[in-house]
Each structure stands twice: as C-alpha cells, then as structure tokens.
Ligand binder design. Structure first.
Ligand code: MN
Length: 251
C-alpha cells in the first residue's frame, strides 16, 4: 500500500524532502481511482478512516521566480496560472476530499458520484500542474541525459521521434488538455499521452515524467491561438533532468 507523504514543497525544504515528494507524486498516477485511493489511504488511521480528517493539500510555490522563464512565458502568465488556476485545483481537491470524509462519517454516499468525479478532475489537475512547473526550468532545453535518451530511443526509436510524437499529441489534444510523457510499468516502456481535460485519456498505471499544459490559460496571453508555437518552444525550457530523475524513481 502506498503511503502519502506531505504534499508541501516549500522553497526552504531540503532536496531530500523534495525527492520524497517527487516519489509520492510518481506513485500518484493520473487516474481517478488511484488518486481516490491515495486520498483514502492518507485519511486512514488506526482509529478508522471514518473518523479521520482529510489531509490538507497545499499549493507549493513555483520552483523559480515568476519571470524566470520570460523567454518562453511571461511573469504575468506564470503568476495567473499558478496563483489562480493551480490554486483553484488545490482548493477543489481539498473540498472534494472533505466532502468524501463527511460522507464516510455520515455513511451518506448520495454525492459519491459527484465527489469522485471532483477528486479525479481537481486531483489530476493539481498533480499535473505540480509536474508542469518542474517540467520547465530556466536551465532547461538542450538534450536529455544519457539514461533518459537511451529509454526514449528504446521506446520511440529516437529522441527526435519522441519529440515529434509528444508535440503532435500536445498540439492535437482536443480542447483543453496535456501532452504527457509517461512510463508504463507493465510494458516497461515510455508512452506519450494526450490527456483531455486533466483526467481523461490517461493510461491506468502510467507514471507521468514530463508534461506540457495545453489549456489556453497556459499560453494565450503570449501566443494567442498559436498553440503550436507554444508547444514547439516548450523544448527550449524542457527540464530533462527532472524527467530523468522521475524515470529513475518510476523504475
Ligand atoms: Mn493549467
């Protein structure tokens, strides 16, 4: 059974804390059932889950200054995206988890369908945004490290073929969604996913390694309707080091 460490990622925390949090995130797949299970586990105690309060999920600060990616995304975009949009998913997730705890306490599961959907939507939204901030870095771009490159070649034929598939998936995700590089443990291969909304079109069990948000709020203020330009420029900030570390943890 997976344990659920604190989800805070304050700037002052140590690299070890950060790695522990990343490990927790890697365990949290972008699938509703898994996230719901994690929430349930986190609230469970020896006294019984029905009396346990849900853990408060906290919004970590951006891992860099608002203007650190200015060549790619403006400070205004990052601030709005993090402080308003990502914060909204954190609140939505906390509200849904509190609703589930209340339902368990009262043995009243009349709202279970709505609450479970809310956990899937806001929980996946929260996890993907947390991954998104780390998927970019002012020191990003260039080429993946040797181990990750080897894995991308094994799974996609070449790093370039991966880049093309990922970009096509992100550009073509219907309406609002994500381009996702994930590791799929059963086949022991990396896969590219094009999530719609946050939680749809996921592969159960696949562990996201690198993600690109293609909701309009992520790019519209600078790129307007040109999502393709935004996706193509993602490679200038792509945090290969982060993806490589997550692959290592996932395996
Ligand atoms: Mn977003």
């Amino acid at each position: 059974m997976t344990t659920q460490p604190e989800q805070t990622l304050d700037r002052g925390e140590t690299e070890l804390d950060r790695r522990a949090a990343l490990k927790a995130l890697s365990a949290a797949m972008v699938v509703p059932a898994t996230l719901a299970a994690l929430g349930a586990n986190a609230t469970a105690s020896e006294e019984g889950a029905t009396r346990a309060a849900p853990p408060e999920i906290k919004l970590a600060p951006l891992p860099y200054a608002n203007d650190a990616l200015d060549g790619y995304l403006s400070a205004e975009i990052l601030e709005l995206h993090h402080d308003k949009h990502h914060a909204g998913y954190v609140k939505g997730l906390n509200d849904a988890l509190a609703g589930l705890a209340e339902a368990r306490t009262k043995s009243d599961f009349g709202r279970i369908k709505d609450l479970t959907r809310a956990v899937a939507f806001h929980g996946s939204g929260h996890i993907l945004h947390a991954l998104y901030w780390d998927s970019m870095s002012p020191k990003g771009g260039g080429e993946p490290g040797a181990e990750l490159a080897k894995e991308l070649e094994r799974s996609f034929g070449s790093v370039d073929a991966f880049r093309k598939q990922f970009a096509a998936a992100a550009k073509n995700a219907e309406a609002s969604g994500w381009g996702i590089l994930a590791y799929e443990p059963l086949t022991d291969r990396c896969v590219v996913l094009a999530a719609e909304s946050h939680q749809q079109m996921a592969v159960v069990g696949a562990i996201p390694l690198l993600v690109c948000d293609v909701w309009e709020h992520a790019y519209y203020l600078r790129y307007q309707n040109k999502r393709a330009d935004y996706v193509d420029a993602f490679w200038t900030v792509a945090n290969w080091e982060f993806a490589g570390r997550r692959l290592e943890t996932a395996r």
